[in-house]
Design a protein around this ligand. Structure first.
Ligand code: C2E
Ligand code: CA
Ligand code: CA
Length: 555
């Protein structure tokens, strides 16, 4: 095919203009088609994106057959001839198209007709717009978006200069949401964002991440500068921001990471900063935590191991399995159920207990898949126990990563249906780690599951500040008392008073109680004084593989 054009005048000028226009239009690709024939002209930008060699193509359908997803091709071939006839159709044509990367994206196809006045020749102008790209500006705050953050982080790494990533989160934001409502808190986010913008210079940029979380990329930044920047930020917000003529003081938690080694990857940097932020919030009253400082290292988080575990989840939960720890009736010691506890085993790491990865995984969206894997496995494996022990209840731990997802409800119901497991023999345990979620949302989810007959338990009750709030607000069926209250209870009158009052509180509200960490016979006998409903602990059994649990139940 020759490179000779099809415009009748000013050939190269038109080409230049069109190519320039296309370079300005982000995520959009232009081509032009003759009305009478199938000959087409492709812009430079379009050729680069789709990997098309020639500017002019004799039969444009031949090119499109390669680029458009086979399932969408018929629609394209149906509609383009109609558009060439000048028909206005009232729906938008969307097709999946493959770029040089080999990945399909959804493109909307926009067309219009132009006619060359001198020759009477007609052309169809076609604009392909990539609909898969994320917006670069956050619609609420006008800050750069999460997508832009990811792109800028890659660029910062490529520059090979030291820089810092700081993540901050507005404290107790969810409570504000409940008290004042969405509109008011949106106003707070906007005003806060404005304060952030005032602080930016040529070496700093601010991004809205998700919810009340913001990110900063600070170029040419060392520890001192980072500390100074964070202090200024905190002081500014402490003065308060003005919303509805009210001065609202804003407190933040903050996590950061300093990058001076160049081999870092963007997602590792982000998850380390997020991890530091989580630590700031949960264990340091919001104080700035810098990853790599002793806090995180002391926690013994083995990041390489976390990467392998993360990948295992993505590979269909490879290496994960579930063990079951019996739960017994307090007065008799008879088994009445079991708690499902996840395990991970892989050489050369051996068996890794959840204490080493659950906290980390809770900061990873992959926790959703892992949690659902545990639920599915637990129901599949224990359903047959119901024929041996009809009262059997299986307890499954649920993480905030699951509860917060809208589709989780349907997923639970689907798993129950697929495993033919009766809903009223399932108990979902919520932990303190759900405290990030707004109380009204927790309440809604709890009520939804109860509406389907599922029992809801508050796990590790009393270990954090949120669990009593959750129990007061959401109608839980059961409270599980953390082991820390049970250990050494015989010598500690404060623990005795705590356990007594919690069990009494639960009893008078119609909630059941389970005491965890019952390790010896003496402890069992002593704890019976408190009239809790169930016991769980090593005295009865360590967590067991399903085969062993079945044997125990049969016995
Ligand atoms: P948890 O929910 O409080 O689970 C009870 C933990 O106490 C288990 O540790 C269990 O093995 C241990 N335990 C039970 N009885 C005794 C006892 O008498 N003495 C002592 N010293 N320990 C006892 P494990 O299996 O290591 O699990 C640790 C935590 O990991 C769990 O605490 C839970 O928060 C989390 N977890 C485990 N599986 C899952 C899961 O599938 N999903 C989620 N979201 N979290 C999980
Ligand atoms: Ca639990
Ligand atoms: Ca527990």
């Amino acid at each position: 095919m020759g490179e000779q054009g099809f415009w009748h005048e000013n050939e190269s000028y038109i080409d230049t203009v069109m190519n320039k226009v296309n370079r300005l239009a982000e995520d959009t690709y232009i081509f032009v088609l003759q009305l009478e024939q199938e000959r087409a002209w492709f812009s430079e930008t379009a050729r680069a994106y789709f990997g098309i060699q020639d500017t002019y193509v004799a039969d444009h359908y031949e090119v499109m057959q390669e680029l458009i997803h086979p399932n969408d091709l018929w629609e394209y071939e149906d509609i383009i001839p109609q558009r060439k006839l000048g028909k206005k159709l009232d729906w938008e044509l969307c097709v999946r198209m493959k770029g040089v990367s080999g990945e399909y994206h959804m493109f909307s196809v926009h067309t219009d007709i132009v006619t060359d006045e001198k020759t009477g020749e007609g052309y169809l102008l076609v604009l392909l717009h990539n609909e898969n790209v994320l917006p670069r500006i956050d619609a609420l705050t006008d800050l750069y978006s999460q997508a832009r953050y990811a792109a800028d982080l890659d660029a910062a790494i490529a520059r090979r200069d030291p820089f810092a990533v700081l993540m901050v989160k507005l404290e107790r934001f969810n409570n504000l949401n409940i008290i004042y409502g969405n509109e008011f808190t949106n106003q707070i986010l906007k005003e806060t964002a404005l304060q952030f913008i005032y602080m930016m210079d040529e070496n700093s940029a601010v991004y809205r991440l998700d919810g009340p979380k913001f990110g900063f990329i600070l170029k040419k930044c060392d520890r001192e500068k980072l500390l100074a920047f964070e202090r200024e930020l905190r002081d500014k917000l402490a003065l308060g921001i003005c919303v509805d003529n009210r001065q609202i003081p804003i407190k933040i938690c903050a996590g950061a990471i300093l990058i001076d080694q160049y081999e870092s990857k963007a997602d590792a940097i982000s998850s380390k900063a997020a991890y530091a932020l989580g630590h700031s919030e949960m264990e340091h009253q919001g104080r700035l935590i810098i990853f790599n400082d002793e806090v995180c290292v002391a926690k013994n988080v083995d990041l390489d191991l976390m990467k392998v575990i993360h990948q295992s989840v993505r590979d269909g939960c490879e290496g994960f399995y579930v063990e079951y720890q019996p739960i017994v009736v307090s007065g008799t010691g008879r088994i009445i159920g079991a708690e499902a506890l996840v395990r991970w085993r892989r050489e050369p790491y051996g068996t890794v207990p959840p204490g080493m990865f659950i906290e980390w995984m809770e900061t990873d969206p992959a926790m959703y898949e892992l949690g659902n894997y545990v639920l599915r496995t637990a129901l599949q494996e224990t359903v047959e126990l119901l024929s041996i022990l009809p009262e059997f209840v299986v307890n499954v731990n649920i993480s905030a990563r699951q509860m917060e997802r809208e589709e989780f409800r349907e997923e639970v119901l689907r798993i129950l249906e697929q495993t033919a497991f009766p809903a009223d023999h399932l108990c979902l345990e919520l932990t303190e780690r759900c405290r990030d979620m707004p109380l009204d949302m927790i309440k809604r989810e709890v009520e939804f599951f109860q509406g389907h007959g599922i029992r809801m338990a508050m796990d590790d009750y009393g270990t954090g500040s949120a669990s009593s709030g959750i129990v007061l607000y959401a109608p839980m069926d059961e409270i599980k008392l953390d082991m820390s209250f049970i250990r050494g209870i015989t010598e500690d009158i404060k623990k005795q008073a705590m356990v007594r009052s919690i069990v009494e509180f639960a009893n008078s509200c119609g909630m059941s109680t389970c005491l965890e960490g019952v390790e010896t016979e003496e402890l069992q006998n002593y704890l019976r004084l408190y009239q809790a409903t169930w016991f769980q602990g090593y005295y009865y059994s360590k967590p067991l593989e399903i085969r062993k649990l079945r044997e125990l139940v049969q016995a």
